[in-house]
Write a protein that binds this ligand. Structure first.
Ligand code: ADP
Ligand code: MG
Length: 332
């Protein structure tokens, strides 16, 4: 049973960034306005997500890390109208199968917090009182330590994994409104450095300035369009001739209803239209697709990063037209 559990868990939690992503999304789902991600040795030793959200009530302590335990889906009539990030109750159960999971949490109804320890199968093995503000801290130590091959790969690829994580956190820093995000890493002789820090401003524009700076922002052009099926695309792209991404996807962030997603086709389209006259550079693109929840499906891959639009062609056509206007001078 535990082998099967580990295999399934490895499909939800593919790497460091998908692990942290699940925890950050849980914090957002819990209404947090402040989220701190604290890494030790770039996540190899441990990672911790500390929030000021709703906290977890004591009746959920025992079942929290069991497979398919979720407090979320019941609030919604069906999967189609889902608005929270989580819904399958797989993140915590997967994480405890792949590393050492502890949770510290307190709701407004408690005067003290509780520190909870789970074993690899998701059973609660220890519980003690501790001091904490309202909110939740989830700590995972030694991710993948029980999967020798994955663990070796994790160590070998840590620079890449870390880079991917920072890029993902940038995506949340860009899209989350009114949420303060901090990421720190402690390495070597206990030197703690701040890797990312945002104040949680109220708009995409202000977030871009915080993450990339004023001079980068001044090279961007706003984009806003709506499609025949009721979708809206909002964001910013490099002005013609102002691309600064050195690599494909370097500074390209795509969201569907505020959810960071991989959209290789959209990236390709933006690059093609932009590069009509700019062969050596890639455009910055930060695009949020606001679509009726019925028009897309996130339930496609376990890590929920792939999206299917039910009417992809109309979204693409509108995007092509809008970008065509911005980059028309690029086309010969
Ligand atoms: P899901 O997010 O799909 O519901 P998870 O395994 O990610 O499943 O989390 C299980 C449950 O634990 C959630 O439904 C929620 O009730 C609770 N939970 C997890 N993290 C937090 C958090 N940071 N704040 C409040 N509740 C949390
Ligand atoms: Mg979740």
């Amino acid at each position: 049973k535990s082998v099967v559990h580990r295999i399934c868990a490895g499909q939800v939690i593919l790497d460091l960034s998908s692990a942290v992503k699940e925890l950050v999304e849980n914090s957002l789902d819990a209404g947090a306005t402040s989220i701190e991600i604290a890494l030790k040795e770039y996540g190899l030793e441990s990672f911790q997500v500390i929030d000021n959200g709703s906290g977890i009530s004591p009746q959920n302590f025992k079942v929290l890390a069991l497979k398919h335990h979720t407090s979320k889906l019941l609030d919604f009539p069906d999967l189609q109208s889902l608005t929270t990030f989580g819904f399958r109750g797989e993140a915590l159960s997967s994480l405890c199968a792949l590393g050492d999971l502890t949770v510290e949490t307190r709701t407004v109804n408690e005067v003290v917090a509780t520190h909870l320890t789970y074993d690899r199968t998701g059973l609660l093995t220890a519980e003690r009182k501790t001091a904490r503000q309202v909110g939740t801290t989830v700590t995972v130590k030694k991710l993948f330590s029980n999967l020798p091959v994955r663990s070796k790969e994790f160590h070998r690829n840590i620079r890449k994994e870390y880079g991917k994580l920072i890029s993902l956190l940038n995506a949340y820093a860009l899209i989350a409104k009114g949420v303060r995000l901090v990421c720190t890493n402690t390495s070597g002789k206990n030197v703690r450095s701040v890797v990312l820090k945002t104040q949680g401003s109220g708009s995409l524009k202000e977030n871009i300035v915080t993450v990339f700076g004023t001079s980068t922002f001044s090279c961007l052009e706003p984009i806003s369009l709506s499609t025949s099926d009721g979708s809206v695309v909002e964001g910013f792209v490099s002005k013609s001739g102002n691309g600064s991404g050195r690599n494909i996807g370097d500074r390209q962030f795509f969201f569907v209803n505020g959810r960071p997603v991989d959209m290789p086709k959209v990236g390709k389209l933006v690059n093609e239209l932009y590069r009509g006259a700019n062969s050596k550079q890639y455009p910055i693109a930060i695009l949020n697709f606001i679509v009726p929840t019925r028009a897309y499906d996130v339930n496609v891959t376990p890590d929920k990063r792939k999206i299917f639009f039910s009417d992809e062609s109309s979204v693409f056509q509108s995007l092509r037209e809008a970008l065509g206007t911005i980059y028309s001078s690029n086309q010969a």
